[in-house]
Design a protein around this ligand. Sequence first.
Ligand code: NAD
Ligand code: ZN
Ligand code: ZN
Length: 345
Amino acid sequence: MKAFVYRGPGKKALEEHAKPEITAPTDAIVKIIKTTICGTDLHILKGDVPTCQPGRILGHEGVGIVDKVGPAVTAFKPGDRVLISCVSACGKCVYCRKQMYSHCTTGGWILGNTIDGTQAEFVRTPYADTSLYPIPEGADEEALVMLSDILPTGFECGVLNGKVQPGSVTAIVGSGPVGLAALLTAQFFSPAEIIMIDLDDNRLEMAKRFGATATVNSADGKAVETVMKMTGNRGVDTAIEAVGIPATFELCEKIVAPGGTIANIGVHGQQVALHLECLWDRNISITTRLVDTATIPMLFKTVASRKIDPRRLITHRFKLDNILDAYDAFGNAAKTKALKVIIEA
Ligand SMILES: NC(=O)c1ccc[n+]([C@@H]2O[C@H](COP(=O)([O-])OP(=O)(O)OC[C@H]3O[C@@H](n4cnc5c(N)ncnc54)[C@H](O)[C@@H]3O)[C@@H](O)[C@H]2O)c1
Ligand SMILES: [Zn+2]
Ligand SMILES: [Zn+2]
């Protein structure tokens, strides 16, 4: 089969690869229909994710058709159409029993990281019963690819942890696919204002179309003043960090209102300053989370009923044969205006 393989920092290739086999009774082999590229895949290609070793097939998102199942799989059979969660969950360990699937002691985020992933014609999915979701007849499969990772990430790590409330004021720092997913799902709770902050005017323009009530380009270094002016000097009830660098987390520390919450989503590779000298008396909360994808079933229903349309995050489409072009488009988003790219296997 064809597969996209990480070959070490800065090196990648579309290669011929052996088709995966069932190795545990709880496995399924899924024939990929559609997959996509995540910002995290770009981190891996830069060499930022040491758990992912050269030779690994990348990808942790996608929809497909079950090709084979192991003898212990009872919820799926060959021919079933499925959504693949980016997180594999055994369903039995202490963390899975708390719906903290990201910390599953034998699963978690392993697809396209410590085991081969979805950017291929076939993938082996461990713990199929509790890591795959059936796709209802007639569902929009492209839209559902957004449910493998970015929609649950924006919703769980940003909106739920950030306690977005009716009538509250939310700021989302970072208007990439994950920040925009938080923007779409924050609207379930009808906040009065959602202020989107980014450096890229094109992404801010998208954010307006997705429901932002205001946008701030922080390139001028005046984002704190601007947000304070917009909020009558109070700040925001929820500050969602969706970039993953010190500057944007510190911006959240400066714009959070008394009693508010900073909900971190970004993957941080560097030390970030926590200004307790400014925050100790402000009654705030700070949350962190690795996406659990526990909300996939709920998000399924919101997509089916058209409460949200994650298809709007898709800007480009490629065949698996041209996945190197897909990486070029996704990796140069400022130029290509790419958000999510669909890759058809
Ligand atoms: N916690 C989790 O489970 C989880 C899951 C998936 C992704 N993530 C992380 O979420 C973050 C966002 O993911 P993404 O795919 O949307 O990334 P992305 O790189 O596509 O988007 C980041 C956005 O931040 C903007 N930005 C960069 N520097 C900025 C600055 N100084 N001020 C304001 N905006 C700035 C960029 O213009 C871009 O639009 C990443 O760190 C990713 O690794 C976390
Ligand atoms: Zn991802
Ligand atoms: Zn588990």
